[in-house]
Design a protein around this ligand. Structure first.
Ligand code: GLN
Length: 493
């Protein structure tokens, strides 16, 4: 085996079972690659000792013929997931050196199935952002560059560390979270695949909360199949999260490669937004053609409340964040900045502990929830949310199986290029993804081509609630038609 880091997760699984490589060899190859790639800032914590111990245990099980579904597969974990005995920061100074005494349900499920933890991945602070520039650890640098340019690019966010690590071959797959696009947008920016499952599919227990009615866990990996394999282990009922559904988890991998003949794929006309670059429009058309060629029927559909989704999201999400983040007060855990009395301690801790974007969200959230403004903003945003959900329900009731849209309105941009003067410029990145969270539906981003500057571009498929299987089948058709993404040259190593 020459380079274990070049394998997809499925290939690594098969090579391990065929004894062509050991879990220890795979883990060592990734640890060495991570060391060389520190300049990308994808990992905020490497856990080599833990990784090698887990790999050794996997090798013993493999030798005994007792391999579990993810036996020996080396993963990176977004730093929003609580990992027992391993520092968890959510990319924020306010959590300081917080070391959880418990493990999140999703990561527990991964370890139960034999996966190996390489370390914790960088993310926007409390998952608020679209570029990984709000992290207290500093921005992640995308492994991608524009043709003929050295300008450092963002990997997207908030799961930018996860996407960059997968694209730069620093893990076989990664966990991520998505509140308004944080799995799909970074996947699209880095030529990787990411699925946000249906709200309720994965437990959020032990994942640092941002906006609880929108947050979902999901994977980012190199291929559709790898996503299917990971989601099967991550998903499942959990008595510790009452929003997590008590439904059996299908064999998602079996859906990869299934025919899409006769499926109806909707193209929502409202996603043709003003100022959308011609190359995004062309990519979308190409995607529709691939699906038609594979036997699907393409139909135009209407989601009339789409234009209200982004403003409504930026009321609902900050409102919930302001409530969720009230717990960081310097008393129970994380950073504590002493003050002359308890109120002074709270104020100093929160002022120093939270970064600028998080403070902005807390202020917006507190404002829209305050007496006098609650009806004008929060209640109205919730009503819009109901209408957005109904738009999707109407389309699916009319017999549409999945909806095809661009994943992002542009390719990746340069670090520092967006949102400096006007945060809305950054928020506009989520225009195609927030609707899906507002409606609680599953969405997958899959690479479909390249921009004129040589950067990856992705398409998004939106499915019916709890029908991730259709997304895996349709996304794989796009993946096959687009051809395997050639990973970027390792200029960082
Ligand atoms: N970019 C969006 C935001 O900043 C979504 C983030 C996310 O999905 N966690 O809120």
């Amino acid at each position: 085996m020459t380079d274990a880091t070049a394998l997809t997760l499925a290939e690594a699984r098969d090579a391990l079972r065929a004894k062509q490589v050991s879990a220890t060899e795979i883990t060592q190859a990734f640890l060495a690659a991570m060391e060389k790639a520190r300049g990308l800032n994808a990992y905020v914590l490497e856990t080599p000792e833990q990784a090698l111990a887990m790999a050794k245990a996997s090798d013993e099980r493999l030798a005994r013929g007792e391999a579990r579904p993810l036996e020996g597969l080396a993963l990176g974990i977004k730093d929003l997931y609580a990992t027992k005995g391993v520092r968890t920061t959510a990319g924020s100074n306010i959590l300081g050196n917080f070391v959880p005494a418990y493990e999140s349900t999703v990561t527990s499920n991964l370890w139960r199935d034999g996966a190996v933890m390489l370390g914790k991945l960088n993310n926007d602070e409390f998952a608020m952002g679209s570029s990984n520039e709000t992290s207290a650890f500093g921005n992640v640098v995308s492994p991608w560059r524009r043709q003929g340019s050295n300008t450092p690019l963002v990997p997207g966010g908030s799961s930018g560390g996860s996407a960059a690590a997968v694209a730069a071959r620093l893990c076989l797959g990664a966990t991520a979270t998505d509140t308004g696009g944080s799995i799909r947008q970074p996947a699209a920016f880095t030529g990787t695949v990411g699925i946000k499952p249906t709200y309720g599919r994965c437990s959020r227990w032990g994942i640092v909360a941002f906006a609880s009615s929108l947050d979902q866990a999901g994977p980012i990996a190199r291929t559709v199949r790898d996503n299917a394999i990971l989601l099967r282990s991550m998903a499942g009922p959990d008595a510790k999260d009452t929003t997590c559904v008590d439904l059996p988890v299908p064999d998602y991998e079996a859906a990869v490669g299934r025919s899409i003949k006769g499926m109806r794929i909707g193209i929502p006309k409202e996603y043709r937004v003003d100022g959308m670059p011609a190359e995004i429009e062309a990519l979308w058309e190409k995607g529709a053609k691939w699906l038609r060629d594979a036997g699907a029927e393409i139909v135009e559909v209407s989601l009339p409340h789409t234009k209200y989704a982004l403003p409504a999201y930026y009321i609902v999400a900050p409102a919930e964040a302001s409530s969720n983040l009230a717990r960081y007060d310097g008393v129970r855990y994380g950073l504590r900045v002493p003050g002359k009395d308890i109120v002074d301690l709270y104020e100093k801790t929160r002022a120093q502990g939270f970064g600028k974007e998080v403070r902005r969200r807390i202020m917006i959230g507190t404002y829209v929830l305050s007496a006098g403004y609650y009806d004008a903003y929060y209640v109205r945003a919730q009503k819009i949310r109901t209408l957005i959900k109904k738009d999707f329900e109407d389309v699916y009731a009319a017999g549409v199986d999945a909806i095809l849209t661009p994943a992002t309105p542009s390719a990746a941009f340069g670090i520092g290029e967006k949102g400096g003067a006007d945060p809305v410029e950054m928020y506009l990145n989520d225009v195609f993804t927030v609707t899906v969270n507002m409606a609680g539906l599953p969405g997958i981003a899959v690479p479909a081509g390249f921009s004129s500057e040589g950067l990856p571009l992705g398409l998004q498929l939106i499915g019916r609630a709890f029908d991730e299987e259709t997304l895996f089948s349709v996304a794989e058709v796009i993946e096959q038609a687009a051809g395997r993404v050639d990973l970027p040259q390792a200029w960082w190593a």
